[in-house]
Design a protein around this ligand. Structure first.
Ligand code: SAM
Length: 301
């Protein structure tokens, strides 16, 4: 799109930088919600998109997209986010059915799971993100008079610095089994912050706890610079994902958790496309090729 302002990476809220990626995922969830074969329903998603000047003109339904499902952004990429939402909804609900009584959403963005999923009444959901993103989210939810289905606690903090005190002050109890989620987060963090995050999750979890996270395994992220997904996201809505991703060496977080005694499994998104019969399949020059969803469980004592 011609005339887009240069991307700012230093913004704390949703109007630019990495915060704007939260709106990208919300818009994708809005599109998914309105599909006749929807994988996940999020009635709040389109309200975030409509409330943010930064995404004026973005679609919230596939019918509003001129090339519909052929759009690499609002077709294939949005469907990827719909699939990811569904798979991780299922992971969280399954972990809560098993043991967990606390949910920690790291880089929660505009995730509305506290509002839209059926949780046991004694559950607590902690939403960790930067202050500006959480403030925008609260403003929209308050305007909608939305009420969460469980106790929900916002934890405004930057995950690149120490964040344990903020979480424990917010009421997180390390003795109670928990399930953690880092969905669309780790590749924005410097490697040492990811290592700290994994070590911290291990340190703050009782047996029976679980963690799911998304990783990108590409050795060279820039190899997919001209892939349809990155190109169209950059040109149509001005989000240069490759510029936002951290380019330093990545830790082997699945390996690190296994070394700490967790059981881990690693999946491609395409595994779930085949299982649920909806979602993206591999294609040439594919920005999704290195994406993996990792599920980890800490054994009960
Ligand atoms: C792609 S969005 C994903 C949001 C949400 N997990 C979802 O899937 O809808 C990335 C989120 O990570 C958050 N994030 C990125 N870097 C962060 C940091 N250093 N500290 C806290 N949050 C961060 C952003 O603010 C944004 O909300």
């Amino acid at each position: 799109m011609a005339g887009l302002a240069p991307q700012r990476t230093d913004v704390d809220g949703v109007e630019g930088g990495v915060g704007l990626t939260a709106l990208l995922v919300a818009a994708a969830r809005a599109v998914e919600t309105h599909r006749h074969d929807s994988l996940a329903q999020d009635a709040y998603a389109e309200h975030f998109v409509r409330a943010a000047p930064a995404c004026a003109g973005w679609p919230v339904r596939i019918e509003q997209v001129p090339d519909g499902d052929d759009s690499p952004l609002w077709g294939r990429f949005a469907r990827y986010f719909g699939l990811r939402t569904r798979v991780l909804d299922d992971f969280l609900l399954g972990s809560v059915r098993a043991d967990a009584r606390q949910v920690v959403l790291l880089g929660a963005g505009l995730d509305t799971r506290a509002f839209r999923l059926d949780w046991p009444s004694d559950l607590v959901v902690f939403e960790v993100d930067r202050a500006g993103v959480l403030a925008f989210k609260q403003r929209v939810l308050t305007d909608l008079s939305a009420s969460p289905k469980v106790k929900r606690v916002a934890v405004p903090v930057d995950l690149r610095a120490g964040w344990v005190t903020a979480l424990t002050r917010a009421g997180f109890d390390a003795a109670v089994p928990s399930v953690w989620l880092a969905e669309g987060l780790l590749f924005y963090l410097p490697g040492p912050a990811e290592t700290y995050l994994i070590d911290t999750v291990d340190r703050l979890t009782a047996g029976g706890s679980a963690l799911a996270f998304e990783a990108k395994l590409e050795k060279d992220l820039l190899a997919y610079h001209d892939s349809p997904i990155y190109t169209v996201t950059r040109e149509e809505i001005g989000i240069d994902l490759l510029r936002l991703f951290d380019k330093g060496p990545r830790p082997d977080s699945a390996g690190d958790l296994a070394a700490k005694g967790w059981s881990t499994s690693m999946h491609t998104p395409f595994d779930f496309t085949r299982r649920l019969r909806r979602g993206p399949l591999p294609e040439p020059n594919d920005a999704l090729e290195g994406n993996r969803w990792v599920f980890a469980h800490k054994p009960r004592p």
